[in-house]
Design a protein around this ligand. Sequence first.
Ligand code: SF4
Ligand code: SF4
Length: 72
Amino acid sequence: MPWVVDKKSIKIKEIMPHRCIGCGVCVQSCMNDVIRMKQGKATIAYQEDCSQCFACVIDCPRDAISLGWVER
Ligand code: SF4
Ligand code: SF4
C-alpha cells in the first residue's frame, strides 16, 4: 500500500547532481522508468510513476537519491 496522506505521497524527490557520477545504475534499477540520464547526470523524468520501492536509493553507489513527500 503506497504511503498517501491527504494530497501528498512519498515519491523520489531529489537526485543530487554534485553527488551523481553518471553511472546509470539507478536507471537500470527503476522498474517504472522514472529516471533518465541527461547530460551525464541522472534526472527525475516521471516522478508520478514512482512506486516507492527504494531500489534506486539502495543501489546508488553515491547516496545521491532521496525520496520524500511530494504533492500528488
Ligand atoms: S546510481 Fe547514483 S551515481 Fe549512478 S547515475 Fe544514478 S544517481 Fe547518479
Ligand atoms: S523508488 Fe523505485 S520506483 Fe521510485 S524512482 Fe526509485 S527505483 Fe523507481
